[in-house]
Design a binder for this molecule. Structure first.
Ligand code: BGC
Length: 717
């Protein structure tokens, strides 16, 4: 590795043009090398679910390689649903190894924005609604990625919580909500995870675009959190040379191929030549980039090589998919199904047979393979069960702004041009008429088949026509007329196993009370379909828990009730710190399923909670957890903190620690967790810092935000 002096010396040898080349894209996903001085180009790739396919250097045309198929990883919501730090670490390691294997220097992941509204199209790329859960997992992911001499890139910093007007919406949010809700996952990933990259968001915060927002990039990120890595813009997120130069951006990337005209290209060079900015300001940015390159061993030939599609990694990906499955309802213990008793299985629902990897926007993946639920069921059941599949509802892939333009080009360049109409293959009216016609036909067929099947599994939910970059959902309803189909199916077969694949909450109110069994799975990666089959047939015991509240209806959501969503030019976060369960809980609003919720095929008992305060307001929490059922399984013990007599407004409880615990039947484990002082702090806007309000706090041991099993009290000084 080079010393800082050597890097300074390197900078002193560079011409202005060479410096300029390093701070902006010269390809869609790379800067230009300074070959003369042995400084390579800096290559990045999306993204959160694996390494993206290769595009041409200057167009969004898929090159069509046969060797850029990669692992398709579970989306971040799935990962968050595991509540398992070890799996976040292994997912990061696979992502880092594959990024390196594909020759990348920075992987544009993880996405860690907080889910402010269930309708946000990119929720599936993020880790739910709680800053502590997202932060804990982000730290592991980042460290896993960076083990392979690849930089992570935390995105999108900050307050990037909707796709409606994503390029220019101006977020108005209190300092306290930023500090307590929207920042902590970024803060943890920077201060503890030591992330080497951060991506500025498209939106504005308090009037200034996040990619050149001095408060975010200089004051918070660099000065307060000590970030030493690279701040890269979102693609096309820069709007001013001056602001980008002065307010903390290091590298400008965009979606167009006029590379020399980028704000940080010729316009910056000319301004420097005119003396508008001191060269030292540019040198600072070069130092950030060289520091990361140096740490990634890009300058010394000592760099780790990666690899991709390793067989052994598939096991880890399968485990993550398995642990992400959330059992929401299982009355009459319909699940797990017994394969020996099922000679004829009917599988209904187009998601059973749909590959999800290619969708979603920049999170798309050219997967080496993807086991769909239907394939997974076939693989698991083998030759003794006859499986009949029926799509059940008609899903006409409507296409959206990201759809292929027909000449092999991906629509990403258009996606940041508000004047370009989404490329719909058909009008909404045509779509509706066709859907109704086909659905009526399908429904009659399905109901007939359902009468004679030994078991019926429904696999529906959302697709990346809905969970996607560039647009939010209009509501939480299941698309493609699924509610009607599920209702009718449950009428004929009340024992239908309803499974939903989605990256964000859906409204189940049309049929939830009639369903005996509901199981939620996500865009869970290339092994996802097999994991689902394993869960339904009891090969594994579901242990996923919701990383986000499932409200009954989108109009219940705090962003709508107390704040604004989607807003206009501005969006006011009037709900303040009351995001997700912090709102539903404090304001006593009924939910469909609470944050942290998830069932198992076995039963767990948690008891004996003790909380002991030591120096500096550190609290040691201990309790016992037992598996009192007859199957091995895992539960998530959740520790919430509640201020008994708050003098300032506070959520009635906040998650501050958690542990996923594996137990054999009859086994008991004693668990000890530590809370540090920050767990008892709130952000005092007047003083401009986190602060403890001395007093009595309840420590709640819980199975979800709504199921408290034990309470202890501590006095915090
Ligand atoms: C997205 C980013 C992505 C970038 C590069 C943008 O449209 O917002 O998340 O990393 O494109 O593809």
């Amino acid at each position: 590795m080079k010393t800082r002096e050597q890097l300074t010396d390197l900078i002193s040898q560079m011409t202005l043009q060479e410096k300029i080349d390093m701070v902006h894209g010269n390809e869609l996903f790379a800067t230009k090398a300074v070959e003369r001085l042995g400084i390579p180009a800096f290559r990045s790739s999306d993204g959160p679910r694996g390494v993206r396919k290769e595009f041409e250097k200057d167009t969004w045309k898929d090159i069509g390689l046969t060797f850029d198929y990669t692992s398709y990883l579970p989306c971040n919501t799935a990962l968050a649903a595991t509540w398992n730090r070890e799996l976040a670490r292994s997912t990061g390691q696979i992502l880092g190894k594959e990024a390196r294997g594909r020759g990348k220097d920075m992987i544009l992941a993880p996405g860690i924005n907080i889910m402010r509204t269930p309708l946000c199209g990119r929720s599936f790329e993020y880790m739910g609604e709680d800053p502590h859960l997202a932060g804990e997992l982000a730290v592991e992911l980042v460290q896993g990625i960076e083990e392979y001499d690849v930089s992570s890139c935390l995105k999108h910093f900050a307050a990037n919580n909707q796709e409606v007007r994503r390029l220019d919406v101006d977020v108005e949010v209190s300092e306290r909500a930023l500090r307590e809700i929207y920042f902590p996952a970024f803060e943890a990933a920077v201060t503890r995870g030591k992330a080497k990259g951060v991506m500025g968001a498209y939106n504005k915060l308090r009037g200034t675009h996040c990619c050149h927002n001095e408060y975010l990039l200089k004051q918070v990120l660099r000065d307060e959190w000590g970030f030493e890595g690279i701040v890269v813009s979102d693609w096309g997120g820069v709007h001013s040379t001056k602001e980008a130069m002065e307010n903390g951006l290091d590298m400008e990337m965009s979606v167009t191929n006029n590379f020399d005209e980028y704000y940080m290209a010729n316009p910056l060079k000319e301004a420097i030549e005119k003396g508008e900015y001191p060269i030292e300001l540019l040198d600072e940015k070069i130092m950030h980039i060289l520091t990361v390159m140096n740490e990634l061993h890009m300058l010394d030939g000592e760099r780790k090589s990666g690899s991709y599609n390793d067989i052994e990694d598939k096991q880890a990906l399968r485990r993550t998919a398995e642990e992400s499955i959330v059992l929401l309802k299982n009355e009459e213990s319909i699940l797990p199904l017994d394969a020996k008793k099922i000679k004829r299985l009917l599988v209904v629902g187009e998601n059973a047979n749909r590959r999800q990897a290619p969708g979603g926007g920049s999170a798309e993946i050219k997967a080496l393979y993807e086991i769909t639920p239907l394939l997974g069921l076939h693989m698991l059941l083998g030759g003794n069960t006859e499986i009949t599949y029926h799509p059940g509802y008609y899903n006409m892939d409507i296409g959206n702004i990201w759809a292929n333009t027909g000449d092999g080009e991906n629509g990403q360049a258009d996606s940041i041009d508000a004047s370009v109409e989404p490329k719909k293959k058909t009008t909404p009216e045509e779509k509706k008429a066709l859907e109704e016609k086909m659905n009526a036909k399908y429904l009659a067929e399905v109901l007939e088949e359902a009468k004679t099947a030994d078991a019926v599994i429904y696999v529906g939910g959302l697709t990346h026509d809905y969970d996607t970059e560039g647009q939010d959902r209009a509501d939480m309803k299941l698309p493609y007329g699924q509610d009607k189909l599920i209702c009718e199916l449950l009428h004929v077969r009340p024992d239908t196993v309803v499974t939903l694949l989605a990256g964000s909450p859906v409204d189940m109110s049309a049929w939830l009370d009639k369903a005996q069994t509901v199981c939620l799975h996500w865009y869970a990666g290339m092994e996802g379909g097999y994991a689902l089959a394993e869960a339904l047939f009891g090969r594994i015991n579901p242990s996923g828990h919701l990383p986000e509240t499932f409200p009954i209806h989108e109009s219940d959501c705090p962003a709508v009730v107390l704040g604004e969503y989607p807003g206009g030019d501005k969006v006011r976060y009037g709900e303040d710190i009351f995001v997700g369960y912090r709102y539903y809980d404090t304001y006593e609003v009924k939910t469909a399923f609470p944050f942290g919720y998830g069932l198992s095929y076995t039963d767990f008992v948690m008891s004996g909670l003790q909380a002991v305060v030591s120096e500096a307001n550190r609290v040691q929490v201990s309790f016992c957890i037992s598996n009192v059922g007859d199957r091995a399984g895992a539960d998530v013990a959740q520790i919430y903190v509640s201020d008994k007599f708050p003098k300032v407004k506070k959520a009635s409880k906040e998650l501050k620690a958690f542990e996923k615990v594996y137990l054999e039947p009859g086994e008991t484990k004693k668990i000890t967790l530590q809370l540090d002082e920050r767990a008892f702090m709130y952000y005092d806007e007047k003083k401009g810092c986190f602060r403890v309000e001395p007093g009595t706090y309840s420590i709640l041991l819980a199975k979800s935000a709504e199921e408290i099993v034990d309470v202890a009290e501590v006095v915090i000084a």
